[in-house]
Design a binder for this molecule. Structure first.
Ligand code: PA5
Length: 437
């Protein structure tokens, strides 16, 4: 049984889709020294303690606090409400959807029957937030406020509303038993509040940016509360991290992904990168990828526009554009080699459907992914196929880290700072100014 993540990059090469749209052997050779230099620079930054996200899979210290705290939560509460946005929510959402919803986790799900439900509130539309607040049994609810800066308006507003609600229900002291804050260890208004009120808290390492923080308490604590095996998640991330650190040139998954994205954008006019999972449980991973790529690389007029689509659903939607519209995209099909599927399509004499009678439903999904790959290739559209051996915590940990390292490499190749977000910060400042007026 295959245990590693497989990348089929044949479909992005010139021999598959022609030299106008595909990467030539000369370009592939040419990118090697650039990647080696990028890897060298990242290694130096890591050694200088300036690449915090890269060390997260190797650090087990935080688990000594996270695991017992999560156990307490599972014992006492039925619901965990996470208040956070952007990097403080999307990684957790990806973990939840993959590791709690996939059919492969059914057996774990039975073990998790008594685990709290984790609700991630990453928007402030009252239509979503208010009904949740009304329906929860607050005696059995813990709120995890997550904001690295502690200054984000959306999370701040949610926190103030929930704090008021808790104070009215439980009084001026006991409301604190229902709050855990995850924020910077020393600075920001949330940290000040933690100190002043004596709230339970976790720290986000200062050298780890929001969208790279899934493997800090930002993602790990609520994931552990929900019963996700965060130790196995970190194990998978560590195996991938070690492979990334040792790689040079185009070796390894992350470097190959970086080379393909960069060359297709800068040499073959593919300013759009679509990630198209062929599993429902990977849609949130695609959302996380979109944020990671856009917010890290979209700077100084540079960067691909990342998008997500879903197979097979979007074969009946945007696929028409991908195959037949402007040839300005690269598509990554993300699927799994296996699934737990007990559904067999019944045999039928109906001529239109008889070809699939007796086949497992997953076999149809896999055939659709392969058909999409072939259709794109025939139309000379560059296409990658990334196949996970299965959905489990180590595989998802490895996949997350591979994409984080790819983005760090892309930052070096594009010569942009992958770790700041001036455009996002500007929006935060303007919101504050508008409400102050
Ligand atoms: O990646 C980032 O830095 C952003 O997406 C932040 O995560 C987001 O703006 C939320 O910021 P904070 O965690 O400070 O509330």
């Amino acid at each position: 049984m295959e245990t590693t993540i497989q990348l089929d990059s044949h479909g992005v090469m010139a021999e598959a889709v022609g030299p106008e749209h595909g990467i030539t052997v000369a370009e592939w050779e040419g990118i090697r020294p650039l990647l080696s230099a990028a890897q060298e620079r990242l290694r130096a930054r890591r050694a200088a303690g300036k690449l915090g996200f890269a060390d997260l899979p190797l650090e087990r210290g935080p688990l000594d606090v996270i695991l017992p705290a999560a156990q307490q939560v599972r014992y006492r509460f039925d619901h965990v409400v996470v208040l956070g946005i952007g990097g403080s929510a999307l990684g957790l959402r990806a973990l939840q959807e993959a590791l709690l919803n996939a059919s492969e986790t059914t057996r774990d799900r039975l073990d998790r029957r008594s685990m709290p439900t984790v609700h991630v509130c990453d928007n402030i539309d009252p239509d979503g937030f208010e009904p949740l607040l009304q329906q929860l049994d607050w005696k059995k609810t813990l709120v995890n406020v997550i904001s690295k800066s502690g200054k984000t308006s959306e999370t701040g507003a949610q926190f103030l509303i929930v704090r008021d609600l808790l104070e009215r229900k439980f009084g001026s002291e006991r409301w604190k038993e229902h709050i855990v804050v995850t924020t910077d260890p020393a600075s920001g208004p949330l940290r000040a509040m933690v100190i002043c009120e004596g709230l339970q808290s976790f720290s986000v390492p200062p050298n780890v940016g929001g969208r790279f923080s899934c493997l800090t308490p930002v993602g790990l604590f609520p994931a552990a509360c929900a019963g996700i095996d965060v130790v196995a998640l970190l194990d998978g991330a560590r195996a991938m991290a070690e492979a990334c650190f040792a790689a040079s040139g185009c070796e390894g998954l992350a470097a190959q992904l970086a080379a393909v994205h960069f060359l297709l954008d800068t040499r073959h006019a593919k300013p759009i990168s679509v990630l198209m999972p062929y599993r429902d449980c990977l849609q949130r991973f695609a959302d996380w990828y979109v944020q990671l790529h856009a917010e890290s690389i979209g700077k100084d007029g540079k960067g691909q526009t990342p998008l997500r689509a879903l197979g097979a659903t979007d074969q009946h939607s945007v696929l028409q554009l991908f195959v037949d519209g402007p040839n300005n995209k690269m598509i990554t099909l993300l699927d799994t080699a296996t699934v737990n599927c007990a559904l067999t399509i019944p045999r039928t004499d109906e001529p239109v459907f008889s070809f699939m009678g007796g086949r497992n439903l997953f076999a149809l999904l896999q055939a659709e992914a392969e058909a999409t790959r072939i259709a794109l290739r025939e139309a000379q559209r560059p296409v990658l196929r990334l196949t996970l051996p299965r959905i489990d915590a180590p595989t998802i940990g490895g996949l997350l880290f591979a994409y984080e390292w790819m983005i760090a490499l892309l930052g070096e190749l594009y010569e942009v700072n992958a770790f700041d977000q001036p455009g996002v910060e500007r929006g935060k400042v303007l919101t504050r100014e508008l409400l102050q007026r």
